[in-house]
Design a protein around this ligand. Structure first.
Ligand code: SF4
Length: 358
């Protein structure tokens, strides 16, 4: 498929960057490939589903003045020496990177460098070691009440590994962040759904576009819902994928119909090779206002947040905006954000973003 859909020179350039600059190799599940084929047949290459997992010329060539590998400095929030899979930014919760494996690789992944660096596996021994290390840490840090499984995709570790983790973490609140629902819905097997219910897990889906919710995805979400599992959503705001209030509203409405509670829409961090996905802050504010002024509260209560070195910040945290420099304040701490350079952010044509609509 790649030969048909990705220019040969571009493919070689990208593969070179995978080796030299630790980008994630192209990986697309068969399930998601079907959606790409459908989209390419309708509108050609470069549509929202395509751009999610296949590199474009802009992805490789577009650069902004401020880009970094680890914008939120996860590396500075690893409380155990030489353990890079436990990230703690807040007193009462932590992120547990239980695996670095995903069903497909998102081109905009903000953990690109960490995932490319980890290169571990889903071996039983590896997962057990990680869980045991985490438990020891939790036993010494009683203020932590919640463990957030992230990755990689926690659903990729399979039933036995997930059972081991949940059995041993039954005294903590568990949240699982996953994109398996759109890349590999069959990963939610009957026994995994029962397991998630047994341990009262909160499931947070990462769905970026309404077309990702096809009939099969919808029926799997209903199966999970019927089991009584709490479902939430958070996803990034991405140029070329969902950078229009109409797309976001359609997505939020579809998820609401399926009983998925929206939590946050993330403003993409300025990590390296992210320029083709980011929006200017001015346009982000415009999109937020369009949603606020045209939708009921069950839609517009969704928070737009940006993850930074001082934690998550919102529009309300802006204390200064001079030229391209925006200053946010939170908990008596300040962080400066350099907006996209002028001229880079070109809104995507709605006819491309919502190509199925008449
Ligand atoms: S599924 Fe999540 S962790 Fe995996 S590549 Fe996509 S954004 Fe990154």
């Amino acid at each position: 498929m790649m030969n048909k859909f990705l220019d040969k020179t571009l493919k070689i350039k990208y593969e070179d960057l995978v080796k030299k600059d630790s980008l994630l190799p192209i990986k697309i599940s068969d399930f998601y490939k079907e959606k790409i084929i459908e989209e390419v047949n309708a509108i050609g290459v470069g549509g929202p589903i395509y751009k999610s997992v296949i590199p474009t010329k802009d992805k490789i060539e577009l650069k902004t003045s401020i880009e970094t590998r680890d914008y939120v400095e996860e590396n500075k929030h690893m409380p155990i020496q030489n353990v890079d899979y436990i990230i703690r930014k807040y007193d009462n919760r932590l992120v547990f990177i239980i695996t670095d494996i995903c069903f497909s690789h998102c081109q905009y992944c903000f953990r690109t460098y960490n995932l490319a660096k980890f290169q571990s596996s889903n071996l039983k021994k590896t997962i057990k070691e990680k869980v045991d290390t985490l438990i020891n840490y939790l036993k010494e840090n009683h203020e932590i009440k919640e463990v957030i499984f992230s990755g990689g995709d926690p659903l990729s570790i399979g039933y036995e590994n997930l059972k081991y983790a949940l059995d041993n973490l039954k005294h903590w609140e568990i949240r699982i962040h996953t994109r398996a629902i759109v890349y590999e819905p069959s990963a939610f097997t009957e026994e995994i759904i029962l397991l998630l219910k047994l341990y009262n897990v909160r499931l947070v889906f990462h769905i970026n576009h309404p077309y990702e919710i096809c009939d099969q995805v919808e029926s799997k979400i209903k199966e999970i819902d019927n089991a009584g599992i709490r479902m939430y959503s958070q996803f990034p705001l991405l140029r070329g994928i969902n950078d229009n209030s109409k797309v976001l509203i359609m997505l939020l409405e579809r998820m609401d119909n399926l009983h998925i509670r929206p939590l946050s829409i993330f403003i993409a961090d300025p990590i390296s090779y992210s320029a083709c996905f980011r929006l200017s802050f001015k346009r982000i504010i415009k999109i937020i206002d369009e949603i606020n002024f045209s939708t009921p509260s069950w839609i517009n209560s969704t928070r737009f947040v940006m993850d930074t070195t001082i934690g998550k910040v919102r529009r309300e945290n802006i204390i200064d905006w001079t030229d391209n420099c925006i200053t946010f304040s939170r908990d008596n701490k300040i962080v400066k954000y350099h907006d996209l350079d002028d001229g880079i952010d070109q809104p995507t044509d709605l006819k491309i973003l919502l190509w199925k609509e008449k």
